[in-house]
Write a protein that binds this ligand. Structure first.
Ligand code: ADP
Ligand code: ZN
Length: 208
């Protein structure tokens, strides 16, 4: 099963991805997590990506595309994958299609986790992220329930940057909804509900 997750920042893509990974044993490929790991490791890529991320802007396509290409070749991605945070604009979507075609693979679904902007702003400003594994939870949680790591507020989850990220989503990423609708693989769930209820719909939509 090869899936792309779509939805605004804070829509709950990561949470749904985690549940799918647990149930179906496919690879979770989050470009945000990969980029944050690169920043933490101070690799060449991390150094190049950091200023864009802190500003809430998209990292240049060629950097992200190379990262994803490499990740798609890894052993654990051969049985299936969930792309979370990629593609984020039409150029990335077109590149993904041609990369997959070259590997004789294709996308089974583009799953939109739909949440209204008002809800997003509240969720993101109270969100904390695990430094070690990337798990996200509300601000009241200070130790990661998954790995015991330290929870912190991402630099880009501060109010100034949240609006910028939502603008970027609206102008650059939202058009992908129509892109995938046009390819007849778009599936939509209402993300403004408890995560387990959202997941029940996700499952029903994916396992036909
Ligand atoms: P969120 O979905 O919560 O905004 P992510 O963790 O997916 O967060 O991404 C964080 C940041 O990493 C983005 O704001 C952007 O700077 C960068 N990024 C992640 N994925 C991509 C991508 N596919 N293309 C360009 N930049 C990306
Ligand atoms: Zn953790």
């Amino acid at each position: 099963m090869n899936i792309v997750l779509l939805g605004a920042p804070g829509a709950g893509k990561g949470t749904q991805a985690q549940k799918l990974v647990e149930e179906f044993g496919i690879a979770h490929i989050s470009t945000g997590d990969l980029l944050r790991a690169a920043v933490k490791a101070q690799s060449e890529l991390g150094l190049q990506a950091k200023s864009y991320m802190d500003a809430g802007k998209l990292v240049p396509d060629e950097l992200v595309i190379n990262l994803v290409k490499e990740r798609l070749q890894a052993d654990d991605a051969q049985e299936g994958f969930i792309l979370d945070g990629f593609p984020r604009n039409t150029a990335q979507a077109v590149t993904l299609d041609s990369e997959l075609a070259a590997m004789d693979r294709n996308l089974d679904a583009a799953l939109l986790v739909d949440v209204k902007p008002e809800v997003i702003v509240n969720r993101l400003s109270s969100r904390r992220t695990c430094r070690s594994c990337g798990y996200t939870a509300p601000a009241s949680v200070d130790v990661c329930p998954r790995c015991g790591g330290e929870m912190y507020q991402r630099d880009d989850d501060k109010p100034e940057t949240i609006q910028k990220r939502l603008d970027v989503y609206q102008t650059q990423t939202a058009p992908l909804v129509e892109y995938y609708r046009g390819h007849s693989i778009l599936k939509e769930v209402d993300g403004d509900r408890p995560a387990d209820e959202v997941y029940a719909d996700v499952r029903a939509l994916l396992t036909v």
